[in-house]
Design a protein around this ligand. Structure first.
Ligand code: FAD
Length: 284
């Protein structure tokens, strides 16, 4: 980090890239990847110290085997703990933040810092870490005592339910749009809003709104980042017009100089100054 900072080199920190849409023009900078080579879990009663590159499903299973409860909801999320903490990811209306005790990270100028849960300002799919930048290296979790059989049964149920609902046949960035609580209570979740707007299965270039779950955008063959962003813009505009709610993207876009931003901010900018126009193909 000291070298990157002192030389002004563009960089991007990633885990498994499961939440990221890279620009098809590439990335002219350094990728700092914190994944399997920086993984490891140590248990001390209810306290668990986890290296940031640890796979989330493996962590959930390992905690369950020790009779520790609290992160069952993360068992089907295909990423690293570092990425999950940055995103305050989770499922079943939960976020990993509520199980975090502290986070160790290296800031932009190379200083090792420890943050408490409060410092991380976790909120729905968001954390202060997104603004701070830097690299999460290790996370302390505090879990509850539970019964291994019950924890494992719950995780098996979660995995089975996800397999039935989510598309697994084509690459995607997970849920494209965040669920907005006000919209949820009057319109429903993003997938329903997209269905109601008649957009299920709509395709631009190689990017398609999944016919299985409308909040996923699949690469069905040769999709460019522009195809995906155009689809994000189309959906956002159509849902806004129909419901009055602006859906923000959970998926994050990585620009050619390594800047990571919510995908809708880029699709909005493109819509304001359109360079290319692409015609959507609506399903019959
Ligand atoms: C099929 C599918 C299903 C999904 N389901 C869910 C779900 O149910 N719930 C959910 O919350 N998410 C879900 N996701 C999204 C994604 O898996 C999560 O956000 C995951 O936690 C991201 O982890 P990652 O290691 O892949 O991070 P990446 O995608 O690589 O990065 C995500 C963000 O974290 C940053 N980052 C990653 N690692 C570090 C680090 N060590 N230090 C600093 N910054 C870092 C990146 O810069 C980026 O901003 C799903 C994705 C897919 C493809």
């Amino acid at each position: 980090m000291q070298l990157l900072e002192s030389t002004g080199t563009p960089y991007c920190v990633v885990g498994e890239t499961s939440n990221l849409l890279f620009d098809s023009r590439g990335l002219r900078g350094v990728i700092v990847r914190i994944a399997a080579r920086m993984s490891g879990i140590s248990f001390d009663g209810r306290d668990v110290v986890v290296k940031a590159g640890t796979s989330v499903p493996e962590l959930a299973r390992a905690a369950g085997a020790k009779g520790l409860s609290g992160i069952e909801h993360t068992v089907g999320i295909p990423g690293t703990l570092g990425g999950l903490v940055i995103m305050n990811g989770g499922s079943q209306r939960k976020g990993i933040g509520s199980s975090v005790a502290w986070v160790r990270y290296v800031d932009r100028v190379g200083t090792l810092i420890e943050l408490s849960r409060e410092d991380c300002e976790f909120s729905y799919r968001s954390s202060a870490l997104q603004r701070l930048g830097g690299v999460v290296t290790e996370v302390g979790l505090r879990l509850d005592r539970g019964n291994t059989d019950e924890i494992e049964a719950e995780m098996d149920e979660i995995v089975a339910s996800r397999q039935a609902r989510f598309p697994e046949d084509a690459p995607n960035c997970g849920s494209t749009f965040l669920s907005n609580p006000a919209m949820y209570s009057s319109v429903g979740p993003p997938g329903k809003a997209i269905d109601d707007a008649g957009l299920r299965g709509t395709q631009i270039g190689g990017a398609q709104i999944s016919p299985k779950h409308s909040n996923f955008i699949n690469n069905v063959g040769g999709a460019t980042s522009d195809d995906v962003l155009a689809l994000v813009g189309l959906v956002r505009g159509a849902v806004l017009e129909r419901t009055g709610f602006r859906m923000d993207a959970e998926a994050r876009y990585v620009s050619p100089d390594g800047k990571v931003t919510a995908a809708h901010t880029v699709s909005d900018d493109r819509a304001a100054s359109p360079g290319t126009s692409m015609t959507p193909i609506h399903p019959k």
